[in-house]
Design a protein around this ligand. Structure first.
Ligand SMILES: *[C@@H]1O[C@H](CO)[C@@H](O)[C@H](O)[C@H]1NC(C)=O
Ligand SMILES: *[C@@H]1O[C@H](CO)[C@@H](O)[C@H](O)[C@H]1NC(C)=O
Length: 573
């Protein structure tokens, strides 16, 4: 890795904190009308709305499940993202398939534990075999697992779940995170609807729409910016502060929901937010166009000037979605491309390499690809240099370490052992009253490797394996598969329990009996994301091709299609 690249790599890091969100009950009826055979477009008709408001790509004669394997007619107008892979050797195919099958069995181990002890609840507690409901109790693990089930070809599992899904009550009487509800539940349902050939799959779309309608009142604010938390039953929210990630990470789901239901209200709500961000200026607290402070007062329509411009917790996935919306509609809405501005110094999380690398291909920015590779090496280093081969939840690299030198694949075990001299902040949790950044700056000089772990837990997070999947598909470099396998082995060795998988207290502890180092918690993204990305890393490259799909921020694949909505501003160049 060359040093000029490394100097661009930011020296301080923060892991992600996914956050939150949320409209007017307008209900309209639509129907699709097919244009004469031979033409590629459908036209949507709706009373009072110009017939050309949604333009569709014709997919009527295709078996959707074939699309997972790239067997379809879709050819993108955008530059190709994936590497031009040549045929694999028998030997590498054998290794790849063995690994892929192992990952699938691991998924099934956790999934069967959830089904046995927690089916219908949000999460299984993997040590006590009990359940918990942090997401309103709609069955978050079940819904978040659907697209992985279909990608892995476990269609019979879906069959069993459809009646349960049909019975979910969405209007729960509690404050729900609008963002989490949309990315996990709505995203999971829409993706499964797109990926399944099941004749009863309409249930999935109907439930996604029901959730959308229940959340619409949360968007009924002066600027259309959704509430962060919202009670769909009482329609009350307790705060007027929201975060960039919460407002800016619903667009893929709302656009897709409008596409399938023909109900444009969702896309309109999503677009209003995009337009708000697009036009925000200095008077609203945006000093550099395109770079937003992370906190927003939704009643004033202003950014909180004390909140920094952040690609870390609370901000990052909005930038991810500017790019992904553009890809979703296959480049037909130029506004989304224009909004893809990044501050490379502020890229904090380990999904960023994947985002940068995809943007590098779409917009032909080779420098971003180099940065992406450097960032990803650093993220992987955090896994490979720990005793468990799992990365801490929050960590930093000292400002004082001028050119931080991530260990690379070639390095041998001794080097990795030497790199284990992290400064630890005890076992467990970050003290929320002290910012991570302050801690790094205060106590850094005694850390030989320059690495500080200020939250030593591993929560089964996917960001690094997400970037590995994307970088592998883009570069074809087998090193990314090897990295992924090391991470999988760490997860299997340290997180597995008798019924599922558990989070870890301290990733850098040697010799701890695995049970003692485990936490009784299994987040849904293990199923939605971590196992899916690992599985895809060891699948043939045409499976969930980046040239056919775009994955939402919870790793639910959505079909790319050249389509557009003639909403207010979105064709502005
Ligand atoms: C949890 O379930 C597994 C698998 O069924 C079982 O082996 C284990 O003993 C159970 N643990 C507890 C605490 O009940
Ligand atoms: C949010 O803003 C609205 C409109 O300004 C106001 O009526 C409401 O009381 C505010 N809510 C909170 C929790 O501050």
């Amino acid at each position: 890795m060359n040093t000029s690249v490394l100097t661009k790599v930011p020296h301080r890091w923060r892991y992600i904190g996914f956050v939150t969100f949320a409209c007017v009950l307008v209900y309209t009826t639509f129907h699709y009308m097919q244009v004469p055979a031979g033409k590629m477009d459908y036209v949507l008709e709706r009373t009072g709305v110009p017939a050309d408001r949604i333009l569709f790509f014709d997919e009527s004669n295709e078996q959707i499940s074939n699309r997972i394997h790239g067997i379809d007619n879709f050819e993108s107008n955008l530059p190709r993202i994936q590497f031009d892979f040549s045929e694999e050797s028998e030997n590498s195919k054998h290794v790849r398939e063995t690994r892929r099958d192992a990952i699938k069995s691991s998924f099934l181990h956790g999934w069967n534990g959830y089904k046995k002890y927690a089916l219908g609840a949000d999460e299984l507690k993997p040590l006590t075999n009990t359940s918990s409901n942090p997401f309103g109790g709609l069955g978050a693990t079940m819904i978040d697992s659907l697209s992985t089930i279909l990608v892995m070809g476990l269609d019979d599992e879906l069959e069993e779940l459809l009646p349960l899904i049909e019975n979910i009550k969405v209007k729960v009487d509690e404050q729900m995170s609008v963002f989490e509800t949309i990315i996990r539940y709505m995203g999971g349902l829409l993706s499964a609807y797109e990926l399944s050939d099941h004749p009863g799959k309409r249930v999935l779309l109907d439930k996604a729409e029901e959730i959308g309608l229940a959340l619409l009142p949360a968007f009924d604010t002066t600027y259309g910016l959704p509430h962060y938390h919202f009670n769909p039953f009482t329609r009350v929210s307790k705060t007027n502060t929201t975060y960039l990630a919460d407002a800016g990470t619903i667009q893929l789901e709302f656009f897709t929901l409008s596409y399938h239901t023909g109900n444009l209200i969702f896309a309109e709500k999503a677009q209003a937010i995009t337009d708000f961000l697009d036009s925000a200026d200095e008077s609203q607290g945006v000093t550099v166009p395109g770079l937003y402070p992370y906190a927003i007062d939704i009643s004033e329509g202003e950014f909180n000037k004390d909140s920094s411009v952040s690609f870390g917790a609370m901000g990052d996935s909005a930038y991810e979605y500017f790019l992904k919306q553009y890809i979703l509609v296959d480049g037909r809405i130029p506004q989304f491309a224009r909004m893809c501005t990044y501050n490379l110094k502020e890229l904090h999380t380990c999904f960023a390499p994947g985002m940068l690398a995809m943007g590098a291909k779409i917009f032909n920015r080779p420098d971003d690809m180099q940065v992406a590779k450097g960032l990803l090496d650093t993220c992987v280093h955090m896994y490979r240099s720990s005793y468990t081969n799992l990365s801490p939840e929050l960590w930093g690299v000292a400002d004082e370490v001028e050119a931080y030198d991530p260990l690379t694949y070639e390095q041998i075990d001794d080097d990795l052992t030497a790199a284990r001299s992290w400064r630890l902040w005890g076992t467990g949790y970050l003290n929320p009253t002290e910012s991570a950044e302050t801690r790094v700056l205060k106590d850094v000089e005694t850390t030989p490797s320059g690495v500080i772990a200020y939250d030593t837990r591993y929560l089964l997070r996917p960001e690094t394996v997400e970037s590995l999947y994307i970088l592998y598909r883009i570069t074809g470099d087998p090193v990314y598969r090897e990295y992924g396998w090391v991470i999988y082995e760490g997860l299997e060795k340290h997180c597995r329990t008798s019924s599922a998988y558990a989070s870890i207290k301290n990733v850098n502890t040697d010799g701890t009996e695995s049970g003692q180092n485990q936490i009784d918690s299994m987040e849904t993204f293990l199923f939605a994301e971590t196992f899916k990305y690992l599985y895809l890393l060891f699948s043939p490259p045409e499976v969930v091709s980046l040239d056919k799909f775009v994955l939402n921020t919870e790793a639910h694949p959505l079909l790319r299609r050249p389509w557009t909505l003639n909403l207010k501003n979105n064709n502005k160049p």
